[in-house]
Design a protein around this ligand. Structure first.
Ligand code: AMP
Length: 238
């Protein structure tokens, strides 16, 4: 997909855990040829590699708490400064008012749009408790979709029983993310309500908010996101 626009857009995906930010960020990056950063993925990767940052944030992630603002802001400022492509997508940042203010300071000259993906809390709980991640390649699956039922395993057999161990299409075992355990999900949602949800009004006041219902299929949501985003970008560049 090619958009004729001048300037460099910076698109933030905002929404509770499980709203589908990661899926939409991935599709936008592919569709528009923009660079994306998913702060949660980046932190999990640091933990998996046992880097000094990973060791510092490991427990915070496991408890479902937020990593301190100064660490997150440094990571994202650095990313923005060193990636100057056609556009940038931020998935999982900002999550606090302090992070939003820092982003405002470092995004000068870019056109900032914030896509708020809205999903009711019962649906979030349903999605997160069925979310699985591949231990081998990191791909995200959802048992509600039952897609894995039809996935051939490397030896060519199909997993077609409810009792079968769900596997990724790469053959890797699908496991529950540490912070998708029920008690941690509830804590993450509480943190979202207290610290991140106020950003919706923050960006609404600035005229930068695009509100999207996130309950359809990923395709439905993506179509809505593209439609709104194109409209904004085309108006902005005319
Ligand atoms: P996510 O994959 O976006 O749900 O993020 C997973 C975890 O990474 C969160 O629960 C936080 O512990 C941490 N994290 C990711 N992004 C941020 C951020 N912008 N500020 C603070 N913590 C973050």
């Amino acid at each position: 997909m090619v958009l004729s626009h001048s300037g460099s857009p910076l698109v933030v995906l905002l929404g509770p855990p499980g709203a589908g930010k990661g899926t939409q960020a991935e599709r936008l990056a592919r569709g528009f040829g923009w660079k994306k950063i998913s702060t949660g993925d980046l932190l999990r990767d640091e933990v998996a590699r046992g880097t000094p940052l990973g060791r510092r944030v490991n427990e915070i992630l496991q408890r479902g708490q937020l990593v301190p603002d100064d660490i997150m802001t440094d990571i994202v400022e650095n990313f923005i400064a060193h990636h100057c492509p056609k556009g940038i997508i931020l998935d999982g940042f900002p999550r606090t008012l302090a992070q939003a203010e820092a982003l405002e300071r470092c995004s000068q000259g870019k056109r900032l749009w914030v896509i708020s993906i809205e999903v009711p809390e019962e649906e979030i709980m349903r999605r997160l408790s069925a979310r699985r991640v591949c231990r081998k390649c990191g791909k995200i699956w959802n048992l509600n979709d039952k897609i894995w039922d039809h996935t051939p395993t490397p030896d060519g057999t199909h997993l077609d029983s409810e009792q079968a161990t769900p596997r990724c299409d790469c053959g890797g075992e699908l496991v529950v993310r540490d912070d998708d355990r029920p008690e941690i999900i509830a804590h993450r949602l509480e943190i979202y309500r207290q610290q991140t949800a106020p950003l919706v009004q923050f960006y609404r006041d600035r005229g930068q908010l695009i509100e999207i219902g996130g309950t359809g299929t990923p395709d439905d949501v993506f179509n809505k996101v593209c439609e709104e985003l194109k409209r904004k970008l085309e108006v902005g560049s005319s």
